[in-house]
Design a protein. Structure first.
Ligand code: NAD
Length: 557
């Protein structure tokens, strides 16, 4: 029987306004001031919003005005991630339309600062915390995630966050930021992404003592216990999200290489620190070789640093040289390394497994200049985290040996770069072909303005993820990384090269990612790495799959 009792009227009014508040609090449904008059009437939103109906462009303008008023990067990070919690569409519209301005805030370098104080700036949980305490129940934890059709998981154990070391569960900022870039740069729908922290403890004493730290308060587990926990996560993720690519991020050296080696032939996975860095650097090298008119297989490369980035680059260069017809051993012999102990050579007994392929016969050498003089590289790549390690003498020696020396100073942030763009150009009399990990401003040398290239991983990992997701690839292979590298290099115009730029402008990242995705998917179909049929028009198919930050029609639920 219907009743008109005031308490019932109140209850149904409460239910209606609850629905309205649900809509306003759902970041996938919320449009804020952009709800139309009709939507406001239909969903009980009248009065809950200011009367003016705004376009998304006006909303973007308002966000940007506020964003630019915030005086520091961390404040801007807090502001943008709060927007992401409130209104996904608007967040991605702001980021996509202003990618060069916002990327350094939602990702490196500012995300590093955010991770250092994550427990202090925490507002809303984002991503999934798979803690060691839930060992044996990981599948249940994964099933708690509301999304079902997950296509990309980024997972970290927080042990080596950027160059900042062990940040434990604070590392969550990394998968969150990285997945925002998968969406913004490539158009992977945000509800198909899942950030994960494997909280296995931390050895960071100041975090363990910090009352606002949000992770488990104990030392890291290691050895067989760690391996079994990671394995439980991998098996559970495969079962709960069978179509997901699992991207490892910011694991320490001693686990990163091992885990990649263990899982790459078994599941759909890659490690961006190793393989993504390699692909973007290889793209830079392909561009540089267009300038020098050389072939990769003929180049001698000397690396400073022999960690995830440097050996990942060397491994991919070897695979790419083999694809050009080189013998694998000969290609390896063209890659040389100097690490913190000096030249990596066969007589050393302290080498980690990932360096051993590159330990050639040579007398021990302690310093980089001696190595440059002896090895006579065409290409010098720094990934050592050692600021100013490329001295004037070293760059001048590279310029003495080569007409156009290739010098990449990849260490991040800018303060850690092995040399600046200006130094590379000035010390080589303007002949260096330069790229860096962090951005450097253009430099005018003897009246010629040179624009340094930034080897930003964001050029490649989003497109690789999109290609893998759209084609439903079962594995990620080296061939996909050099297909991505070739595509990126081909998108660098002759005009870019003439100015010194080895990469296309980041503003074109959606199109770059679509083309990389098509190149990656092409490998997937050609090699039979999927059970899906190849679409007739691959690039068009990929473009259609890209998420667009536009407000949808709100349907009555
Ligand atoms: P890592 O810790 O795995 O490796 C660092 C390496 O540097 C180790 O091999 C270490 O032995 C070596 N090293 C330390 N001190 C040295 C010294 N004095 N002389 C010579 N070598 C020394 O770190 P990673 O992931 O390989 O990253 C290295 C650097 O590369 C970081 O600064 C990182 O920001 C940068 N990086 C850049 C990009 C990019 O440009 N796209 C991508 C990834 C990493």
């Amino acid at each position: 029987m219907k009743t008109n009792h005031p308490s019932c009227r109140n209850r149904s009014a409460a239910r209606a306004s609850l629905r309205a508040m649900d809509i306003l609090h759902d970041p996938y449904l919320n449009k804020g001031t952009a709800f139309t008059e009709a939507e406001r009437k239909r969903f009980g939103l009248l009065g809950l919003l200011p009367p003016q109906v705004c376009t998304i462009e006006e909303q973007v303008q308002r966000v940007l005005e506020n964003f630019r008023r915030v005086p520091d990067g961390l404040g801007q990070y807090i502001m943008l991630t709060a927007l992401q919690d409130r209104n996904k569409t608007l967040f991605y519209r702001v980021v996509m339309d202003n990618i060069e301005e916002t990327m350094p805030v939602i990702y490196t370098p500012v995300v590093g600062q955010a991770c250092q104080v994550y427990g202090h700036i925490f507002r809303q949980p984002k991503g999934l915390y798979v803690s060691r305490d839930y060992c044996g129940h990981v599948k249940t934890i994964l099933r708690n995630w509301p999304g079902r059709d997950i296509r990309v998981i980024v997972v970290t154990d927080g042990e080596r966050i950027l160059g900042l070391g062990d940040l434990g569960a604070n590392g969550m900022g990394i998968p969150v930021g990285k997945l925002s870039l998968y969406t913004a740069c490539a158009g992977i729908p945000p509800d198909q992404t899942l950030p994960v922290v494997l909280d296995v403890g931390t050895n960071n004493e100041s975090l363990l003592k910090d009352p606002l730290y949000l992770g488990i308060r104990r030392k890291r587990i290691g050895g067989a216990e760690y391996d079994a926990f990671v394995d439980e996560f991998i098996r559970a993720a495969r079962e709960v999200f069978p179509k997901a690519l699992i991207q490892f991020e910011d694991f320490a050296n001693h686990n990163a290489f091992r885990l990649l080696d263990k899982y790459r032939r078994e599941i759909c996975t890659f490690n961006d620190d190793i393989q993504g860095t390699a692909a973007v650097t290889l793209a830079g090298l392909y561009s540089a070789l267009r300038v020098t008119d050389g072939k990769l297989k003929d180049q001698t490369i000397l690396f400073l640093g022999a960690g995830e980035a440097a050996t990942g680059i060397a491994d991919l260069c070897v695979s790419a040289a083999v694809a050009e017809g080189a013998d694998r051993e000969a290609a390896r012999r063209r890659c040389w390394f100097v690490d913190s102990k000096g030249l990596v050579e066969a007589g050393r007994t302290d080498l980690a497994p990932h360096k051993k392929n590159y330990a050639h016969r040579h007398a021990p050498l302690k310093d980089l200049l001696a190595a440059v003089r002896s090895v006579k590289p065409a290409i010098l790549i720094g990934a050592s985290g050692q600021p100013k390690a490329f001295t004037r003498e070293i760059v001048a020696e590279m310029a003495r040996i080569n007409r156009r020396p290739v010098v990449f100073a990849l260490s991040n942030p800018t303060s850690k770069a092995e040399c600046s763009a200006q130094e590379a150009y000035d010390w080589s009399d303007g002949r260096a072909i330069f790229a860096s990990g962090s951005p450097f401003p253009p430099h005018t040398h003897r009246g010629r303005t040179l624009v340094p290239g930034q080897a930003n991983n964001a050029y490649v990992f989003p497109g690789i993820g999109l290609g893998v997701a759209v084609s439903e690839a079962k594995r990620v292979t080296d061939e996909m990384f050099f297909a991505a590298a070739k595509t990126l290099a081909e998108m660098t115009s002759s005009k870019d090269l003439a100015q010194g730029r080895l990469f296309p402008a980041l503003a074109h990242i959606r199109e770059i990612s679509a083309r990389i995705a098509a190149a990656v998917a092409d490998v997937v179909y050609k090699r039979g790495l999927t059970s899906q049929p190849r679409p007739r028009h691959l690039l068009e198919h990929i473009r259609k799959a890209q998420y667009q930050p536009v407000y949808g029609k709100l349907a009555k639920r």
